[in-house]
Design a protein around this ligand. Sequence first.
Ligand code: 13P
Ligand code: ZN
Length: 276
Amino acid sequence: MRILESKFVKGFIKMADDGYQLGWHERNGGNLSYRLKPDEVQSIQPRLNCPGEWLEIGAEVPGLAGEYFLVTGSGKYFRNIIVDPEACIAIIEIDEKGVNYRIRWGLVEGGTPTSELPTHLMNHEVKKRVTNGEHRVIYHAHTTNIIALTFVLPLNDEVFTRELWEMATECPVVFPGGVGVIGWMVPGGRAIAIKTAQLMEKYDVAIWAHHGMFCSGADFDLTFGLMHTVEKSAEILVKMLSMSPHKLQTIQPQNFRDLAKDFKVSLPEQFLYEKE
Ligand code: 13P
Ligand code: ZN
């Protein structure tokens, strides 16, 4: 099958464009990766390029040995992905040790995978393990309202989770595990990858202070929907805080417990603390 006609490539391109349309990808901001299924690798195998040279990932991901990923290119603009996908995205193969990758398709005008490849792959490695292989998508976006909140809320998991849950009733159902938060760090390297992957053991959402968000999910719809829901909730919180620093009424801890029962989700008590 022609690579650009395969369903997973079309889904990847649509997701990237949806994110661009929502204003989350100024310039080259953000990146996306997808772990191919064995039958997808097989269906495109004849169309892959001859293997080029192995390059260092910048992190060790033995749990991903031999896997193939579709990834966005470093410095490529999300707004161009739909227009010229072969120049903006690539399929990479991971070596048998999980320390090197090589490009097998795409990036036809040159370039390398996203500078956040260490974070993407370390997140994939964790998620492949903790979800029994179910999660395949890692998405990083520069979501405006979440970024704004990292200047005014304390940078901890409890406060972010609770405030986001309170802003929209569906939130605790969409991300019952909550969200993790990391204070500002230099992006693009191994250190921030390690920190983010630690959060991904527990959460499907990791917030990078003054930078953006990472989401993990089983497919493009679920991962995009998760990013969209968290960011929408952040937008409501920004609007609420712009009107008044105080809420006149809100969803209370017992309301969340009642919701959890009816919607059959478990909401950790750590987020249902009593406020002053
Ligand atoms: P890349 O263009 O290398 O993917 O970097 C964009 C970005 O958002 C870095 O955090
Ligand atoms: Zn970024």
